[in-house]
Design a protein around this ligand. Structure first.
Ligand SMILES: NC(=O)c1ccc[n+]([C@@H]2O[C@H](COP(=O)([O-])OP(=O)(O)OC[C@H]3O[C@@H](n4cnc5c(N)ncnc54)[C@H](OP(=O)(O)O)[C@@H]3O)[C@@H](O)[C@H]2O)c1
Length: 280
């Protein structure tokens, strides 16, 4: 480790589902935070523009690392960013990965970044590998359209986890990096639910019927690409949905409780709290 003592915690993806919540939690703890994204943050940071790295990293001691989203080829650019982070004295990185990624080959970018971090000695790291976010139902790609949730997951179950709980885990590691150095957490919710069960919880919360419809996987992927998802990301969507449909989705564990001393949010609690998202 070098002798530089920096002040800021840099939160990447700071306008997104987890980054926005991580930033809020750290600020509430009195930690000096710099939020970063391409717009609407303290500083402009763009993975596609290396000239934005230096000012984002200036005077930074710890980073919440949200890797480039909707991409499959980002390992090299993250390595370059981490090289620069090490050089300017960053001491700790908390990396947002994904549930089960330890089983992926080293060439898969999400896994490659984990291995890169594990090989570094000048900074410590924590890895957060969450299950599917509950907020996918209220904010993004499985939000009901015409009162229907459409996704090719059959009757497979997943221990959906709240982005609030993921952020609490990440914030715990960033506020006490020494305690959490080398830790790996795989945040899950308290129960594995099928999409039909999730739709029933949302129906109860919102007071009208929201249904779940399984769909042909290729048709769904094509529809996602038509809606703007990059074509190369289609294979990631295939793996994610096949994993759940085949019964290999995440199962509840104690990681949220272990990292935060609080039990994870249930899907029913999430649905009740988020009902406004489905009333619009
Ligand atoms: N959703 C799930 O169920 C799930 C489950 C497990 C793991 N994950 C992982 O979670 C990650 C996404 O995290 P999230 O959901 O918290 O984020 P998010 O809600 O998808 O938001 C993405 C954030 O990244 C920023 N961003 C996008 N393009 C960027 C670029 N080129 N350079 C710099 N910043 C950029 C966005 O702001 P701007 O657009 O303004 O730049 C935004 O702040 C993904 O890596 C995914 O694999 C997701």
């Amino acid at each position: 480790m070098n002798d530089i003592t920096n002040n800021y915690t840099l939160v990447l993806g700071a306008t997104g589902k987890t980054g926005s919540r991580v930033a809020k939690k750290l600020i509430n703890q009195g930690i000096v935070v710099r939020t970063a994204a391409r717009s609407r943050a303290d500083i402009r940071f763009d993975w596609n523009d290396r000239s934005t790295f230096a000012s984002a990293l200036d005077n930074v001691s710890a980073i919440y690392l949200v890797p480039p989203v909707l991409r499959v080829d980002f390992a090299n650019i993250v390595t370059k960013f981490l090289d620069e982070a090490e050089r300017v004295g960053v001491r700790h990185v908390t990396y947002l990965s994904a549930y089960g990624i330890e089983h992926a080959p080293a060439e898969v970018a999400l896994r490659a970044v984990e291995l890169d971090l594990a090989s570094r000695t000048a900074l410590s790291h924590s890895v957060v590998r969450p299950a599917w976010f509950m907020q996918n139902f209220s904010e993004t790609f499985v939000k009901p359209v015409n009162d229907e949730i459409v996704v090719p997951c059959g009757m497979g179950a997943e221990a959906f986890v709240s982005a609030d709980d993921i952020a609490s885990v990440a914030a715990a590691t960033l506020s006490d990096p020494v305690r959490h150095a080398g830790s790996v957490y795989s945040p899950t919710g308290p129960k594995a639910l099928t999409f039909e069960e999730a739709a029933a919880d949302i129906s109860n919360a919102v007071g009208r019927r929201i249904s779940y419809r399984d769909i042909d996987r290729n048709a769904w992927i094509n529809a996602m690409i038509q809606a703007g998802v990059p074509a190369e990301y289609g294979e990631v969507l295939r793996t994610l949905t096949e994993t759940i449909a085949s019964g290999r989705g995440s199962r509840p564990n104690n990681d949220v409780l272990t990292a935060t001393d609080k039990p994870p949010t249930s899907f029913t609690e999430f649905a009740t709290k988020s009902a406004a998202a489905w009333r619009q």
